[in-house]
Design a protein around this ligand. Structure first.
Ligand SMILES: NC(=O)c1ccc[n+]([C@@H]2O[C@H](COP(=O)([O-])OP(=O)(O)OC[C@H]3O[C@@H](n4cnc5c(N)ncnc54)[C@H](OP(=O)(O)O)[C@@H]3O)[C@@H](O)[C@H]2O)c1
Length: 317
């Protein structure tokens, strides 16, 4: 594994981290989940990303991760960076959703209980909810650090202007924003238009989620929608309708470039998203050991020639 400093902080993250949004809930294969966590950690993936609502059912990814940790990995706690988040719908009523102080304070306690952890390494405001003043949410995060429930603070899914405001507030309170978590892949390049700039100016790190566009950036959808795939799951976040002819045509062209580089498309997509210094790490989601092994081999070839980058740009534009 390779590690990268998170912005101007002293914390290093593996350039590939593992996320538990899908595949680690109660409806998933627990043995495979356990194998993946172990294999990832044994191969230097020190960072595991959670949120209160990951499952399904919501909360079960944290509970399952806690079990796996307690059974076999508890003695390695100091070698791990474990994150969680609050901000999306988790429990009924006005306090189980959004970015209020009430929601964040209750949610971190629930997440600590489910995981059995004494503290999270990183705790995030999962989203800017459009209503709660940024200062209210950020002060809750500052207090969470002061209470010893998290070591570092992050924000996720904030528009650039609110992200800048949040980072300024946190800096002034002497709890700088360690990291911004945002969606970033060959098929979703929005951070290049604003957030990267904010993050660089503030000296924060950036961690990209869904770097494989939920699996689209692999060879799995080239010949239809396999039954064992996120797009085939009617309850999943990737809808069949998103696998359009146009997308498949782009993916097919990218796959040819990946073949020329002797890489799988998943590996090339990850290497591509890591090409900018501002990107500290990427959070991949994996359904199986095979996918995890494939993704971890990305580090064997991270560099691109100008010609390759140009060809990729032509396909994407
Ligand atoms: N902050 C936020 O709001 C937010 C939002 C979303 C995600 N996240 C974080 O980011 C993490 C990753 O998100 P994601 O799961 O969407 O990431 P992703 O890596 O883009 O997609 C994961 C899916 O891609 C497929 N896949 C992975 N490796 C593959 C390979 N080598 N070959 C073929 N297919 C492969 C699998 O799909 P199949 O299941 O179809 O096999 C897997 O479930 C989450 O777990 C979470 O921690 C954060």
């Amino acid at each position: 594994m390779k590690y990268s400093y998170c912005g101007l902080s002293g914390l290093q993250l593996p350039i590939i981290s593992l996320g538990l949004w899908h595949n680690f809930g109660n409806n998933d294969n627990f043995d495979e989940a356990k194998k993946m966590i172990h294999f990832a950690f044994e191969n230097g993936v020190t960072h595991f990303d959670l949120a209160n609502n990951y499952g399904p059912p919501p909360g079960s990814a944290e509970t399952n991760f806690g079990k796996i940790l307690k059974d076999n990995l508890a003695s390695h706690r100091d070698e791990m960076i474990i994150s969680s988040k609050a901000g999306y719908l988790m429990w009924p009523g006005p306090y189980g959703d959004g970015s209020s102080r009430k929601n964040l304070m209750a949610s971190i306690d629930q997440s600590l209980k489910r995981t059995g952890l004494e503290y999270f390494d990183i705790f995030y405001s999962h989203r800017y909810d459009g209503v709660t003043p940024v200062e209210e949410t950020m002060q809750a995060l500052v207090d969470i650090v002061k209470q010893g429930k998290a070591l570092y603070i992050g924000i996720s899914n904030y528009p650039p202007a609110e992200a800048r405001q949040a980072m300024t507030y946190l800096r002034e309170q002497h709890v700088p924003c360690l990291i911004f978590q945002g969606k970033y892949s060959m098929l979703h390049r929005e951070p290049e238009e604003g957030i990267f700039d904010v993050v660089e100016k503030e000296g924060s790190g950036f961690i990209g989620f869904s770097p494989l566009a939920q699996g689209i950036l692999s060879d799995k959808y080239l010949n239809g929608i396999p039954p064992e795939s996120r797009a085939a799951n009617p309850d999943g976040f990737l809808q069949k309708e998103q696998i359009t002819k146009e997308i498949v045509s782009i993916v097919r062209q990218l796959n040819l470039i990946a073949e020329e580089r002797n890489q799988s498309l998943a590996q090339m997509a990850l290497a591509w998203a890591l090409r900018k210094d501002v990107v500290t790490s990427l959070i991949v989601g994996t359904r199986s050991m095979k996918q995890l092994q494939d993704n971890l081999k990305t580090i064997d070839n991270l560099s691109f020639s100008d010609d390759e980058l140009k060809k990729i740009e032509q396909v994407l534009s």
